[in-house]
Unconditional design. Structure first.
Ligand code: 3UK
Length: 539
């Protein structure tokens, strides 16, 4: 089926066919037409079918856009891109903003026009933006005026980036002024189902960021797998959460998934745990997406009190492993069982998960309908239940790095290797151990950091912790715990001994942290992930 892309750079830099993962589209809920624009499905369809007046996007301060209003804005943006900024289908457009309705309108404007949306994390600095712009040969950018400084610095050295407009900008050359010059009608570009519509950059810990490319069909496939089979939200739900729209956890959870069922989403710019909690109470949100540390911090902020009466009914956790202690703490505070799910930028969204009824403490869940998963040994042979190995996944979405030899690390023999060490139990539940390269090997024992963190988090003095392996002459590695104490506890030698004793009492003594270091905070990414490499290097 012919591509609608005139600029074929992204398509031309897909991995070669033999390096691609196997794609499974045989399920009845994964039948897609050959021509597909995901903006038509997620946005326009609601207006066409008479739901244009329903609320689509909200903000905590009371802003409210219906589906018809979002469509009007997105259409105007598409027109500005095409008629004033010279966009042709296939061009890459950088999007830069905190989570807000204009950012969402820009995403749909780009995709309607057949462009490729490239989100950027709000905290990225000029050097990092430059890497992304160069790698994806980005030609256009739409940026929230409040985040323009780093992009301007980057743009000075980016020859491909020729067109830039700011929004939330009331100057005559701002995006809003340009939108006012156009009408709100736009015929979406008739893209092929396998035309690329988004490139999400990984927040890589080492090396240059990798650009993961996704088709229009991938977006719709993500909406057809986990949301209806595990989340099961409906048109009356109000979604809210912390992950940035530049992170596919946020893009799916806070934009695509609510819109795929005609629900609404509250987009929140400031999402520290107390601010998120406030926004939940203020807006009557019913479905929340955030990271494990954020659940723990919100529960601790309540200081043992229960969440005041509210409408929240589903809480999703992803981004890193959910400790059983955090699950229990949030249940006590909110009365709600967390829906854990592992997803990745490469696979677009969640592929192993369990709903609130099926959740098991300490396990991520079962494979999501549409996907298959297995645990592999070092030679790529499936391991039986009970054994720890590398998680390998296949489904309707899969890893497609933009011009990157690291494709061969993620995809082997048609399977996507997520880089996680997991164990499958006899009931089909997958139990996270660690990142494959974070498994601690001490005096011949394999130790997953999470298991030790689980125990430490149950100690009343511990607010947060991270456990890594550090080099040791005698044992190869030793277990080292980095601990943030709750206020009112002394970070002294007695506390070190107390915590070590606490671990020895709970799990096999060889797993206890031989080294304990107290910190005021732990290094985390913008997406809530603990930066273990930084802990290991003492940073
Ligand atoms: C880890 C988890 C245990 C795991 C993501 C939901 O996190 C997302 O994407 P990233 O590319 O990172 C992927 C890696 O993060 N991880 C994520 N969730 C869990 N580990 N339990 C979990 N529940 O190492 C995975 O390989 O940043 C998550 C949806 C979309 C996403 N992009």
């Amino acid at each position: 089926m012919a591509t609608a892309h005139v600029d074929t750079f992204a398509r031309d830099h897909l991995p070669p066919p033999e390096a691609l993962p196997e794609i499974l589209l045989d399920q009845p809920f994964l039948q897609f037409p050959a021509r597909l624009n995901c903006a038509t499905e997620l946005l326009d369809r609601h207006v066409t079918e008479g739901r244009g007046d329903r609320t689509c996007l909200r903000t905590p301060d009371g802003q409210r856009w219906s589906y018809a209003e979002l469509q009007d804005r997105a259409n105007r943006i598409a027109r500005v891109l095409v008629h004033e900024m010279g966009l042709v289908p296939g061009n890459r457009v950088l999007l830069r903003a905190p989570n807000n309705p204009m950012m969402a309108a820009c995403w749909f404007g780009v995709v309607k026009a057949g462009g490729i949306a490239v989100g950027s994390m709000p905290l990225l600095r000029a050097a990092e933006l430059r890497q992304i712009v160069d790698k994806a040969r980005i030609s256009h950018a739409l940026c929230d005026l409040r985040l323009i400084d780093e992009l301007r610095t980057a743009a000075a050295d980016c020859p491909t980036l020729k067109q830039l407009r700011c929004f939330h900008d009331d100057s005559p050359d701002g995006l809003e002024a340009a939108m006012a010059r156009h009408d709100g009608r736009f015929a979406n570009v008739d893209t092929a189902a396998d035309d690329i519509c988004l490139i999400a950059f990984t927040s890589g810990t080492t090396g240059t960021p990798k650009g993961t490319m996704h088709f229009h069909r991938d977006v719709m496939a993500a909406c057809a797998c986990w949301p209806p089979h595990v989340l099961r939200a409906n048109a009356d739900d109000v979604f809210i959460g912390s992950p940035p729209l530049a992170f596919t956890f946020g893009l799916g959870g806070l934009l695509h998934f609510p819109m795929s069922v005609g629900a609404s989403a509250v987009l929140v710019e400031r999402v520290s745990p107390p601010e998120l909690l406030d926004a939940v109470l203020k807006t009557g949100a019913t479905v929340m997406f955030t990271a494990p540390t954020s659940y723990r911090a919100m529960a601790m902020a309540l200081q043992g009190a229960k969440l005041p009466p509210n409408k929240l009914r589903k809480c999703v956790s992803a981004g890193e492993a959910l400790p059983a202690a955090t699950r229990a703490l949030w249940r006590e505070a909110s009365g709600l069982e967390i829906i854990d799910g592992i997803g990745s930028t490469e696979l677009l969204h969640i592929f192993i998960s369990a709903d609130e009824h099926e959740a098991r403490p300490g396990a991520t869940g079962k494979v999501v309908p549409g996907y298959v998963a297995c645990i592999m040994d070092a030679d790529g042979r499936p391991l039986p239940p009970g054994e720890v190995g590398a998680l390998a996944v296949k489904g309707p979405t899969g890893c497609k790095y933009l011009a990157d030899p690291r494709q061969a690390n993620y995809v082997k023999g048609g399977w996507n290797y997520t880089g996680d060490a997991y164990r499958l139990d006899a009931d089909g539940y997958f139990h996270y151990q660690s990142r494959t390269d974070d498994l601690i090997v001490s005096a011949g024992y394999n130790i997953g950091g999470l298991e030790v963190e689980e125990v430490l988090l149950r100690h009343p003095a511990v607010a947060e912790c991270g456990v890594v392996g550090v080099p040791d002459d005698e044992r190869g590695q030793i277990v080292k715990a980095f601990v943030v104490l709750k206020p009112g506890h002394a970070a002294d030698a007695a506390m070190v001994r107390t915590l070590q004793e606490h671990v020895k009492q709970a799990i096999a003594p060889y797993k206890y942290p031989r080294a304990v270091e107290f910190r005021a905070a732990l290094p985390r990414t913008e997406t809530g992930k603990l930066q273990r490499f930084r802990l290991r290097s003492g940073g």
